[in-house]
Design a protein around this ligand. Structure first.
Ligand code: SF4
Length: 322
């Protein structure tokens, strides 16, 4: 566990730690914000702090480039990181970055004005990937894969230019779960979206500090914060139909079976390779009577269902009352 972040709630910042910016900070006693909202804010920040600690996402001296698209998720990510930096007993730099892909109707003045208003260091990059994608992909075909590849290349280049040691993305828990099911249903793999990864060339560390935060909570937070949201469909591309289908399935489960989504999210961090069937993760061929197997022999038992205490470990760590 990353002790500095785990202790961030209680720790006083060191005397010489001056935040680089003064972001607006809704606090108790501020009549514009209800107690319910302040609890939600605290819960999100604790979720981000826990993810940073669990996966050792940010350390002393890091430069974190936060990719801000203008959607609710990336605004929330930036807000939480700015708030946490003020309390964290490690110093790190935050640079907000937006890539203007020259999509029709993109309001280019919105994000610079927002970044100025909160005083965060920022970088706006303008690259007309929209025209490239339109030029290369035939009408009616999906444009997202080329668009994402181009965007990734630009993000990595900018990270290098500003000396970023971390690239922070606004994907949240529900994005991760949707990806898990997409990969299982259509890719034949148990594979989700990792909270932390290294780029293929080994140059960049990408982090997802919202890994424990739910989309519904982020949406509520963003509404009250009245972030200047930029619509996400300016390119004219439709949301992936299969992802939409899986989102609807997960939302249905959340309504009809409370706790199920939290259980699946917890399962991502409690994998038992000896009880799957991937011989590259567990040496089934070399298995002998002397091999110790995690979770023991259940060959003749009914699967044991958890009572609920482990299932909601992460959730209970982050309850509203905390
Ligand atoms: S939705 Fe539009 S902007 Fe987003 S990846 Fe697809 S083509 Fe690119």
């Amino acid at each position: 566990m990353n002790a500095p972040f785990a202790a961030a709630e209680a720790a006083l910042p060191p005397a010489d730690a001056q935040p680089l910016v003064e972001a607006p900070r809704p606090e108790a006693g501020d009549s514009r914000f209800s107690n319910t909202f302040l609890r939600l804010k605290k819960k999100l920040e604790r979720g981000v702090g826990k993810a940073i600690a669990d996966f050792n996402m940010i350390g002393e001296g890091d430069t974190v480039m936060v990719c801000v698209s203008g959607g609710k998720d990336s605004y929330t990510l930036l807000s939480c990181l700015l708030a946490l930096r003020e309390r964290a007993p490690v110093n790190f730099r935050i640079v907000a970055m937006n890539l203007d892909q020259k999509q029709p109707g993109f309001p280019a003045d919105v994000l610079p004005a927002y970044f100025e208003s909160i005083g965060v260091e920022y970088r706006i990059v303008t690259e007309d990937t929209y025209s490239i994608v339109k030029d290369k992909i035939p009408e009616g075909k999906t444009t997202c894969s080329l668009c994402s590849r181009l965007r990734r290349g630009i993000i990595y280049r900018v990270a290098r230019e500003i000396g970023a040691t971390r690239i922070a993305l606004g994907h949240h828990r529900d994005d991760m779960l949707e990806t898990l099911f997409l990969n299982m249903f259509f890719g034949g793999k148990i594979k989700a979206m990792p909270p932390k990864l290294v780029s293929d060339n080994g140059e960049h560390v990408v982090i997802r500090p919202l890994a424990y935060c739910t989309e519904a909570e982020i949406a509520r937070f963003a509404r009250t914060m009245a972030f200047p949201i930029i619509p996400c469909n300016l390119c004219g591309s439709q949301e992936n139909a299969q992802r939409k289908h899986i989102k609807t399935m997960l939302q249905g489960w959340a309504r009809e079976h409370p706790g199920r989504i939290e259980s699946i999210a917890t399962a991502l961090s409690q994998v038992v390779p000896s009880h799957l069937a991937d011989a590259s993760l567990f040496d089934f061929k070399g298995l002998t009577r002397d091999t110790a197997v995690a979770e023991g022999d259940i060959a003749f038992d009914r699967p044991e269902l958890p009572s609920g205490t482990t299932t909601i470990r992460i959730v209970s760590d982050l309850t509203d009352e905390d």
